[in-house]
Design a protein. Sequence first.
Length: 127
Amino acid sequence: MAEKPDRGRLARHLLPRGGEPDPRFTLANERTFLAWIRTAMALIAGGIAIEGFLADTFITPARTVFVVMLLVLGMAVSLGAGLRWLRVEQAMREHTPLPFPLVLPLLAVGGAIAAVFVIVMVFTVWR
């Protein structure tokens, strides 16, 4: 019987139990992770763009709050993407139900707060 190839110390540490899932599922999990990372990068880039190019449009305290909110949301989505990838990979290896994506409510609430902030800015500062 052929011995399974070793995936390395980090893989053994992060994924200690279960068997190898179908590679298609692992690759789909990776694509989902990359989509979340693109979303996080867009949030971070939006924060940088607002700070760099809209200094005259927003009053400084409001701009600072909005930029920090976008940067923190981007970091949280990025961290959530990594944790989600790991939790899904573990569930597939152990043949357990997939975990609820905790990053979804975070992104939904964060996006709603950002939209409310912009609406308030439109009706107060830009009048």
